[in-house]
Design a protein around this ligand. Structure first.
Ligand SMILES: [Zn+2]
Length: 289
């Protein structure tokens, strides 16, 4: 699943090719239309497909930003509004002259939303597993979970927010891994980077937050920030279906110390896997206490 660095990579690429351009036409796949006709909410949330098309057609792309794992397109018709996109498990954007130019067949076959831009090129959203989301919002508050997100991890205040939450009655007895993967506590850190940061700071993923000293909590937070920044530099991690808008994948996975490993790179012990918060958590039983 794309985490903060992967989404940041996508945003940095969409920005220069889309800002200032107009969305001339919008196409929604038959699969999405059929799913919506059957009362399901595949990708386009809380809006009929035709209304989605009408809302976006003719709008100018003013800004493209990342907030946690969401992509915010600020659009303007007579007033500004938002298209908020989450990549889900396998969402990917491609900027191409025609759909045939999308590099891999599996992505080409699962294009569900196409924005035809005023430069003649397409901004195409492909989603193999269809867990991605798109919402047209007049303001963030129309989708309240957006308002509950923790501050951006690189912003001042994010560390204090994390410490306050981790020490609160609600969370202090929870497993630390569950906490750092919770977007209300830290923004944008999913299973991959949580696994790596806990390994780096030698903290057992199941340790209760209250049994970790403040100094070590700070160390953990700083480690998450450092790993997220390193991954942005590396173009993100390519785990299964992540691609950037040119169909390329990142290289951060080559630097993993623990995620997906059978053996600890530090001490050679066979790694163990626990289920925490519904997600598989790999750790070294010798190094992580
Ligand atoms: Zn070890």
């Amino acid at each position: 699943m794309p985490e903060l660095p992967e989404v940041e990579g996508v945003v940095r690429q969409i920005r220069p090719v889309s800002i200032g351009k107009k969305i001339e036409a919008v196409t929604v796949s038959d699969i999405i239309r059929l799913s919506k006709a059957n009362g399901k909410e595949a990708i386009i949330k809380r809006m009929e497909a035709d209304r989605f098309v009408d809302s976006l057609t003719g709008a100018q792309i003013v800004r493209v930003e990342r907030r946690s794992k969401y992509i915010y397109f600020t659009l303007r018709k007579d007033h500004e509004f938002l298209l908020v996109n989450h990549l889900g498990m396998s969402g990917a954007w491609f900027y191409v002259d025609q759909l045939q130019s999308i590099p891999e067949d599996k992505f080409r076959r699962h294009v569900h939303v196409i924005l035809t831009l005023s430069d003649g090129n397409l901004l195409a959203f492909s989603d193999i597993r269809r867990f991605g989301e798109m919402r047209v919002l007049q303001e963030e508050a129309e989708f309240p979970p957006l308002l509950l997100m923790a501050p951006e991890p690189f912003e001042p205040g994010a560390r204090e927010h994390f410490l306050a939450m981790a020490e609160s009655a609600k969370y202090q007895n929870k497993a630390i891994k569950e906490l750092i993967m919770d977007g209300q506590i830290i923004s944008g850190c999913g299973n991959i980077y949580a696994t790596e940061a806990l390994f780096k700071t030698k903290i057992h993923p199941k340790r209760a937050a209250r049994r970790i000293s403040r100094r070590r909590k700070v160390e953990l937070f700083e480690s998450i920030v450092a790993i997220l920044l390193e991954s942005i530099e590396a173009g993100g991690s390519t785990i299964s279906d992540y691609r950037n808008i040119n169909g390329e994948s990142g290289t951060m996975q080559d630097r993993f110390g623990m995620y997906g490993k059978k053996q600890c790179m530090v001490c050679g012990t066979m790694t163990k896997t626990l289920k925490i918060g519904g997600r598989a958590s790999v750790y070294c039983p010798t190094c992580q206490k």
